[in-house]
Design a protein around this ligand. Sequence first.
Ligand code: FES
Length: 89
Amino acid sequence: MIVCSCNVLSDNAVRACLHRGPDCPRTPAQVQACLGCSPKCGRCARTIRSIMQTALQAALDEATHACSTGCATGCSLVKVQTAEEGIAA
Ligand code: FES
């Protein structure tokens, strides 16, 4: 499904650029940069953020994330920036 009509990005493309590690995109704009484009109208930001949160939560729920609870609270996988934190797109 196309989630960004300006850049013709699919939900699968968004999920494909999410990965473990410190260089994982944290904002919709970073996802778009990862996919070689940039935000234009910004209408897709909420949808991309939702995909990011769902995908990263699923990654956290996998058995491969064997960190302790204390580690998980500081894990880079859970740090998806919200719109309220100041970056809208
Ligand atoms: S729909 Fe994604 S920038 Fe316009």
